[in-house]
Design a protein around this ligand. Structure first.
Ligand code: ADP
Ligand code: MG
Length: 699
């Protein structure tokens, strides 16, 4: 059977060893099959000619047939350009060149028939096209040309070796023409029939040599369908395997600690969402299989309490648990919150961070090894090898996107059987993406805020209008409230980037001379940072000028204003996180997005979204649409362990759900994919995913 994966690139007619090397290196591919899966990023319709008289300002690429009327050189020196008028009998269009003037003038003549291909723009009433592709009309050729012209992404290096989009297309065509047999099918025949999918051979051919829009669309659909189907099949199958494989400690009963806390110590009623999630967690941990659960809840939804009560379940069953926070400030904050919740109960809680003194560390280590310490709160410090537990039963990871995968995996080595894992995140992940990235984790969602919270009011303000901002802040300060002012930093390590922050600090001091103002950023020594944060938490300082180090999880209910400077430089999820620092108390809170006057289209959209909704999920969906999934915060580190060649998770939502159900029903009937008909699926799974890391285990 034909196996293109075993055929070398250099054997494609017209390629040879040198170009093969270039392709390999630049496109990260290794064989002919890989090359076929390098798809065009767009197609341009050359099947028809446009008429100049009918052009509107919103057309993109067009094809014209006609003659040049005049050529003239305009300007001198560096601003010199060549300007021609081109007519197709219905009207005229201006054509300009800024480079290669001499070449153009020599080559093209008035009165000769040409085909122009390019993207017009409008200046005033004049249509104009710069540097079009030009073809001379020849007697024997048929016009317009059949088909759609594909465009491929190429690298600078490729271009400098004459391997541009056109050349790559020629290679693809040459490859397709050299294939004598049909490319073997990768989906069962019954599926092709049932869902009317184009055979693989035809789909791949269409992608590179499309005959018309309709067939191209079918080809794309078939390939997207297949890509998403195998992804879902992999995830579902693998989840089943994991269920069988990874046994966990069953926490069979709810005991004294949990009940005492619930009835006598809990300062408020749990929200329904918190109750539901606790039930889900309890159910999971009661099984003999290891829990791997992602808890999503918007900022301020009360995840900490859910974590604490889950940890009490572990303690009731004689197990230790730990909660790991991404920063020292957060670990300290959790420690304070949790110890004050538990004040009066006999639960031993430990705190372990980078600044824990060696002496205290030793005591902690002993307490953990003997089992005396039931709850351990900490930072990365707690995954060091020297930290050993008597019986670690549950690990809670707060604000998951700050942890690298490798760090998380070390937790698994702490015990004989893996502890239950609860990953908490305030960066909501849209459903499609969650299904794909975390398809093998169970997901709980707290979709309700504690009662009495007033939604944060968000306004947009241009930076040249500071007076109203300052006045507003003054009013809130007079009422005893506190204020965050946040500046962007591109790289915490770059000194020049601190200029903004320092100037902002100075400006704030001048505007509020009689107010205590703190400043925190990533370059402060931990102790100094801690002192500044503490001053703000305790209410001693009233304004905190900061970088995004405060983004994650800090809780100061008395703070009611979040001013975000240069807001256009932040991503949506970051803006949302920052805004979540206010609106944590009973008072009305405000978020002010300060931007420069000139905003890009994308920045304007982001600001618009922020001022129109407080819903983290809505914002995450919008973010996914604006940026595309690869870019989404939280997925980079958790890593989509595969790269999608044609599917797009934000666009193909419905298809994803459809093929997921399909994959599920396939597995229900034939869990091992051992039937003759499903054999092809088994082969595909192996081929596509045998390299991928076992992500579920290390999340
Ligand atoms: P996050 O989900 O962002 O981590 P936190 O756990 O920090 O949120 O909770 C935010 C605030 O809401 C805390 O002050 C917490 O004590 C409070 N809180 C949590 N649950 C409830 C509840 N059911 N009713 C009222 N307040 C609550
Ligand atoms: Mg939190």
């Amino acid at each position: 059977m034909l196996d293109l994966a075993n055929r070398e690139l250099k054997f494609i007619p017209g390629v040879g060893p040198a170009r093969a090397e270039l392709l390999k290196k630049e496109l990260q591919i290794s064989n002919q099959e890989d090359l076929l899966y390098i798809f065009p990023y767009k197609y341009i319709d050359r099947t028809k000619f446009h008429q100049i008289a009918e052009l509107t300002s919103d057309v993109s690429y067009i094809q014209l047939r006609g003659k040049f009327l005049t050529f003239e050189t305009i300007g001198t020196g560096r601003v010199k350009r060549l300007r021609a008028m081109f007519s197709d009998g219905t009207g005229t269009i201006e054509v300009v060149w800024f480079k290669g003037l001499k070449y153009v003038e020599d080559k093209y003549k008035p009165g000769v028939e040409y085909i122009l291909f390019g993207k017009p723009s409008v200046y005033g009433h004049q249509l104009s096209m710069a540097h079009p592709d030009i073809e001379t009309v020849t007697v024997n050729a048929a016009y317009p040309k059949a088909g759609l012209q594909p465009f491929y992404n190429t690298t600078e290096t490729m271009k400098s070796h004459y391997l541009n989009s056109k050349a790559l297309h020629t290679i693809q065509v040459s490859l397709i023409r050299s294939i004598q047999e049909r490319i073997p099918e990768t989906l069962p025949d019954s599926m092709l029939k049932k869902y009317r999918l184009m055979p693989l051979h035809d789909a791949l051919t269409q992608m590179h040599l499309p005959t018309d829009q309709a067939r191209l669309k079918q080809a794309r659909y078939r390939l997207t369908f297949e890509e998403l189907f195998y992804l879902q099949l992999h995830i579902l199958k693998y989840t089943k395997d994991r269920e069988k494989k990874y046994r966990g400690y069953p926490f069979r009963h709810i005991g004294a600690l949990f009940n005492t806390f619930y009835h006598d110590y809990l300062p408020y009623e749990l929200t329904n969402a918190q109750k539901r999630v606790l039930k889900e967690i309890r159910h999971d941990m009661g099984q003999e299989r290891q829990m791997n659960r992602l808890l999503q809840g918007d900022v301020g939804s009360g995840k900490t309490l859910v974590a604490l009560m889950s940890m009490l379940m572990a303690a009731d069953n004689g197990f230790q648990s730990s909660i790991m926070a991404p920063t020292e400030i957060l670990a300290n904050q959790h420690y304070e919150t949790i110890t004050s919740f538990l004040d009066g109960m006999s639960v031993r809680v430990g705190l372990l961070t980078g600044s824990t003194k060696p002496k205290d560390r030793k005591v902690l280590h002993e307490g953990l090894l003997s089992g005396d310490i039931q709850l351990l709160i900490g930072t990365h410090a707690l995954i060091e090898e020297t930290v050993q537990f008597k019986n670690l039963g549950l690990v809670v990871i707060d604000e998951q996107h700050r942890f690298g995968v490798a760090q998380r995996s070390r937790l698994w080595l702490k015990n004989e059987m893996p502890p239950h894992v609860l990953v908490m995140t305030a960066t909501p992940i849209p459903r499609t993406l969650a299904m794909t990235v975390y398809g093998d984790l169970d997901i709980s969602v707290i979709d309700e805020l504690p009662p009495g919270r007033k939604p944060v009011k968000t306004v947009h303000q241009y930076e040249n209008k500071r007076a109203p901002i300052i006045q507003f802040i003054r009013g809130q300060l007079a009422e005893g409230r506190q204020v965050y002012i946040v500046y962007p930093l591109i790289q915490e390590s770059e000194k020049s980037d601190y200029k903004n922050l320092e100037e902002g600090f100075k400006m704030t001091r001048e505007a509020f001379p009689d107010v205590e103002i703190g400043m925190v950023h990533g370059k402060l020594k931990p102790a100094e940072k801690e002192a500044q944060m503490q001053a703000f938490v305790s209410g001693k300082s009233k304004i905190l000028v900061a970088t995004t180090v405060i983004e994650v999880g800090v809780n100061v209910p008395n703070a009611t204003i979040m001013v975000i400077e240069s807001a256009e430089r932040f991503g949506l999820s970051q803006l949302h996180q920052l805004r979540g620092r206010v609106g944590r108390g009973a008072d009305q809170s405000y978020c002010m997005l300060v931007t420069s006057y000139k905003l890009s289209e994308d920045s304007r959209k982001r600001i618009e979204i922020m001022t129109s909704t407080n819903d983290g999920f809505e914002i995450a969906e919008a973010d996914l649409k604006l940026r595309g999934p690869g870019d989404l915060e939280g997925t980079q580190q958790s890593g989509i362990p595969f790269d999608l060649k044609i599917a797009n998770l934000s666009r193909d939502v419905q298809l994803t759900e459809f093929v997921r159900n399909l994959a599920r029903s396939v597995l229900e009937v034939d869990p091992e994919l051992s039937s003759e008909e499903n054999r092809v699926m088994k082969i595909q799974l192996k081929k596509r995913f045998s390299q991928s890391i076992n992500w579920g285990v290390i999340s």
